[in-house]
Ligand binder design. Sequence first.
Ligand SMILES: Nc1nc2c(c(=O)[nH]1)N[C@H]1C(S)=C(S)[C@@H](COP(=O)(O)O)O[C@H]1N2
Ligand SMILES: [Mo]
Length: 330
Amino acid sequence: MAHRFYSSANTSGPITDESLFWGRRQFIQSAAVLGLASSGGAQAGWFSDPESPQRLLRPLSYKASADRAAARMTDEYGVTHYNNFYEFGLDKEAPAKSAQELRTSPWSVIVEGELDKPQTFGLEDLLRALPLEERVYRLRCVEAWSMVVPWIGFPLASLLKKVAPNSRAKFVAFETLHDPKQMPGQRPGVLGYSSLDWPYREGLRIDEAMHPLTLIAVGVYGKELPPQNGAPLRLVVPWKYGFKSIKSIVRIRLAEKQPPTSWNLSAPSEYGFYANVNPAVDHPRWSQGKERRIYSSSLTGVERIVTRPFNGYGEQVASLYSGMDLKRYF
Ligand SMILES: Nc1nc2c(c(=O)[nH]1)N[C@H]1C(S)=C(S)[C@@H](COP(=O)(O)O)O[C@H]1N2
Ligand SMILES: [Mo]
């Protein structure tokens, strides 16, 4: 991705890159210490809307994860202010600014296709029915940066089990909201960037979708998801490149055939359908052998580390791909 700006990132180098982004951090961090800036974008949308039915569910009750204390996580400011959400602009800082007006309540998700009965779920129905848990996952973007994020959500499998997919359901397709009024990136010409065919679409094989690691996130850092992270609900598939983890989902379709997916459609030789994190298969324009792990908002919080196959989740997921040539099915 980042067809237009990645080349400049290459020439200016990662240090310049990061200092541009993190330059104003010192000040904001001290405000956060005083408790002034800690909720950030989470104040927008249904989080603060007094009319919102989801508001009744606050505070999010979730089972805290055991590994949270042990994990070295990316700080909350980093997770919520360095984003890819092209509907709201191409710069990493853009979504945190321009996504705040996204109306996330009411919100419903249509689940249709190869199942007995199509259903539409209000977000609050899902929140009432499915227990929330915290999962601290590594997130590895195809652009070779990564974070460690404490998501809150429920396994996608719990939702799919409710709709009873039939035996023809071999794949699951997902769609983001399509609303150019709210999403400036979807307006023709506004960003001068037209290589994505909206709405943003993603897909998984059914066994990947049913895998217990595959999460629908509704929160992060103990709060409702802020808009820039894909409110009110988004996919998180931790062993795949970040672009698989589609945000602000409105439609889930069970399908017999592999569905078309946005980045794969836009550049099929660069972004595969599977997109499993794989240091042995480079992106045509850069190496995937290492990654810049962003831990904190300070310049010292970036480490260059070796990328692991399946983003370190191989023990849990490698068996899904036994016998497959992962260079071909990248
Ligand atoms: N709808 C939509 N979903 C999206 C994207 C996007 O541009 N639009 N970007 C993807 C990419 S490339 C990444 S790395 C992750 C980033 O998630 P985060 O901003 O919450 O860290 O979201 C993914 N989901
Ligand atoms: Mo990404």
